[in-house]
Every structure is written in C-alpha cells, then in structure tokens.
Design a binder for this molecule. Structure first.
Ligand code: IMP
Ligand code: MG
Length: 183
C-alpha cells in the first residue's frame, strides 16, 4: 500500500496540532451552544471523531453518506444521498464535518439541504480544501489545510476505497489513479 504513495503532504503530528486549533476556533464560535455534528462518511470519519472529542459543548453525532464520485477520481457532478441523518435538525445548530472540498458540489448541495430543513445555523469544517478545483464557489467556515491539485489519500481519504487507514495525508502516484489502479 505505501508503495503507491508519492509523498507525504501532512504528517500525523501536523494533523493532531491542526485538529486541536480548529476545535478551539469552533468552541469560540459556538460559545457553549449545543450542536449537531454531521459526519460526512466515509472520508471524514477519522477527522470528525478526532475533532469532536475536543469540543466543549453538547454534541450529537449524526452520520450521512453521499457520493459524487463513484470509483472515479473525477467528480460526476451529481450528488446521491446513500444514507441520511436520522434526526430532525429544525432550529438546531448544525456543524457539517467534511474530509475535503474539491469542486464544492457536495458541500453547497448539503448546505442547501440543511437550510431547507430549517436548521437555525449551518457551519462547515473541512480538513482539506483544494481551492483551485472549485466549480461551485464554496468556502468552508473552518479549514484545516489547503492542498494543491493532486489526488490525496490517508486519514480517511480514499482512492477506490483504499488507503483510508494511512495515519498521514499523502499524494498518490499519478499512474495509480490515471490507469484506474492497473499497472
Ligand atoms: P466535491 O463535491 O467535488 O467538493 O467533492 C468532495 C468529495 O470528493 C470529498 O468528500 C471526497 O470524498 C472526494 N475527493 C475530492 N478530492 C479528493 C482527493 O484528492 N482524495 C480523495 N477524495 C477526494
Ligand atoms: Mg467525502
């Protein structure tokens, strides 16, 4: 698995430190108000669980699973809800937790959905952002790191459902995703 890695972009130590900084900013913003934390699965699973353990308000965990990608590394531009949250968010403070914002399609669609459902407030925290790739203008309220336009994996991020368990964030050798994994 590690033979497929081009280089490590963000180390475990850098992730740990940045997650705590983000948690401080988020604690300051909410000032103790209870929130619903929406984990956008599967990619944000590690980031979201590391992040929320440093939050100091009451946090309800909700899981959502959407796909805009299929097995491809290029966005299909459509969003399918594969698993929805199972709570009513009317009047609630919702924090959407995402792994990476690429084209912006996923987050702009999710934000609109939660607004339609009557959330009192919606904020987005993303571990990573690739600003150069936006199709839909979208800025998260809290961003861990900006990354260049390279396909990245690890710390929850996958390519074809692999590499999620790497403890760091790394770029993948180009031939892996350009040939769909075939040598
Ligand atoms: P968006 O809708 O294009 O912003 O896509 C967001 C989703 O695409 C993320 O939640 C990831 O699942 C996936 N994605 C985008 N770029 C990468 C990447 O470099 N590595 C792994 N997944 C990615
Ligand atoms: Mg994702």
């Amino acid at each position: 698995m590690t033979n497929d890695i081009e280089r490590i972009l963000i180390t475990e130590e850098q992730i740990y430190k940045r997650v705590r900084e983000l948690a401080c900013d988020i604690n300051d913003y909410y000032g103790g108000k209870p929130i619903v934390a929406v984990f956008v699965l599967k990619g944000s699973a590690f980031f979201a669980s590391d992040l929320i353990r440093w939050l100091n308000m009451d946090v309800t965990m909700e899981f959502m699973s959407v796909s805009s990608y299929g097995m491809e590394s290029v966005s299909s531009g459509k969003l399918t809800i594969k698993r929805d949250i199972d709570t009513d968010i009317m009047g609630k403070h919702v924090l959407i937790i995402e792994d990476i914002i690429d084209t912006g399609i996923t987050l702009s669609t999710l934000e609109r959905l939660f607004r339609q459902r009557g959330a009192a407030d919606i904020k987005v925290v993303t571990m990573l952002s690739k600003p150069s790739r936006r199709i839909v203008p979208f800025a998260a309220d809290f961003t861990g790191f900006e990354v260049p336009d390279e396909f990245v994996v690890g710390y929850g991020l996958d390519y074809a459902d692999k590499y999620r368990n790497l403890p760091y964030i790394a770029s993948l050798k180009r031939h892996i995703y350009e040939n769909n994994g075939e040598e």
